[in-house]
Ligand binder design. Structure first.
Ligand SMILES: Nc1ncnc2c1ncn2[C@@H]1O[C@H](COP(=O)(O)OP(=O)(O)OP(=O)(O)O)[C@@H](O)[C@H]1O
Ligand SMILES: [Mg+2]
Length: 362
């Protein structure tokens, strides 16, 4: 049985449609991340799962029960927000225990359960403090503890790490991954940070304008983006895109952009002579060509070099378009040097220029 099923879910605010005919099944124990640009409807969808927001159409079920008309407290979910929402005047113990006290759980059981959760999250030393006396990361753990103590069927996280600095965010990301490994509770996690999505998710649901663009494991989405939007959204540095016209050369296919012609076998793609397409290639898939090399080459003059440590991002112009190659720093060219990069056909992506859909055979 799926843990969560959304069936034809719609949401509008007045005339503004925010989620459109959304269908999604989340399996038990799965860690699913809603990812997408600001305003695409991630939080709205999460809040509808939590029951904090009505749905305008369709059906949501959790653990096999339709929850459309159930109050948040009766859905078996616990939500962790971006701004922790801790009670400032209460101790950490009381913050964590709050939900149990409201349910009139006996005092001894509250002590035992708060103890267990606070030990799991490393909060034992802080139970007598007030939230203001904790660091951001510790406060975030209290917010997670407060959700955990309800032993929910589903955890819902809305950008729980976005208030933390980069180092703490990395640390908490690992903690959340560990927590999921040990508790195995079905989790839905909202973020617009693709690194968070790629590292935490069993499956990513990539949203745009209230619709699902693609659902898949991080590797599937990275390696087989289904359309131009997904290809451009996933992967840092961003995928390079080159407009090409498709042609034939004997048994091979050609992809032509102004003066540059690439020749490929095209086996992986559905191609048609004369059609316009967009060739996609990720910066790390461009490899410096040796001096005598021929074949598929992107050539230009390095006009920007960004040093990243181990790697450097070399940007050059090809047919009026900026192209970036991620190269080992020790092989980094000088600024304004002539550069030539080759690629393996297996790393190419091709998209229909009009629809934006991938031309890859399924
Ligand atoms: N109460 C509301 N009334 C009208 N429009 C709303 C309301 N709440 C959200 N919206 C709109 O719904 C859309 C989706 O909002 P939502 O908060 O779900 O986006 P999000 O993907 O979580 O974005 P972010 O990454 O910025 O948090 C936005 O265009 C937003 O302006
Ligand atoms: Mg949001």
């Amino acid at each position: 049985m799926s843990a969560i099923v959304c069936s034809h879910v719609d949401k509008s605010y007045g005339a503004t449609s925010v989620i459109r005919d959304l269908n999604l099944s989340i399996e038990e124990h799965e860690f699913v991340v809603f990812l997408g640009p600001s305003g695409c409807g991630k939080s709205t969808l999460l809040r509808m799962l939590a029951g904090l927001e009505d749905i305008s159409g369709g059906e949501i079920s959790i653990g096999g029960t339709v929850v459309n008309d159930l109050d948040p407290g009766d859905r078996g979910v616990a939500m962790v927000f971006q701004n922790y929402a801790l009670y400032p005047h209460m101790t950490i113990f009381d913050n964590i225990a709050f939900g149990l006290k409201r349910q009139n759980v006996p005092k001894a059981e509250i002590r035992q359960r708060v103890g267990a959760v606070s030990t799991t999250l490393g909060l034992d030393p802080y139970l007598d403090r007030k939230p203001a006396e904790l660091s951001g990361g510790q406060q975030q753990r209290v917010a997670i503890a407060r959700a955990m103590i309800k032993t929910p069927k589903v955890f819902l996280f809305d950008e729980p790490l976005s208030n933390l600095d980069a180092k703490l965010r990395n640390h908490m990301r690992v903690e959340i991954a560990r927590l999921h490994q040990s508790l195995n509770t079905t989790t839905v996690y909202v973020t617009h940070d693709q690194l968070e999505a790629m590292t935490l998710a069993d499956r990513i649901v990539l949203l745009r304008d209230g619709r699902i663009e693609q659902i898949g494991s991080p590797a599937e989405i990275y390696e087989r983006p289904g359309n131009l939007f997904v290809a451009g959204f996933i992967g840092t540095p961003n995928m390079n895109f080159i407009d090409v016209t498709i042609g034939r050369d004997g048994d091979a296919w050609t992809l032509t952009n102004a003066g540059t012609v690439f020749t490929i076998s095209g086996e992986r793609f559905r191609l048609q002579q004369g059609e316009r397409a967009v060739l996609g290639i990720r910066p790390p898939d461009l490899v410096a060509a040796s001096p005598g090399a021929s074949g598929n080459l992107l050539e230009g003059t390095a006009d920007l070099i960004e040093f990243h440590g181990n790697d450097a991002l070399v940007t050059f112009c090809l047919g009026g378009k900026e192209i970036s190659a991620l190269v080992p720093s020790r092989a980094c060219p000088a600024i304004r040097a002539d550069v030539r990069y080759g690629f393996d056909e297996s790393s190419l992506h091709l998209f229909d220029a009009q629809s934006g859909m991938s031309l890859r055979r399924q």
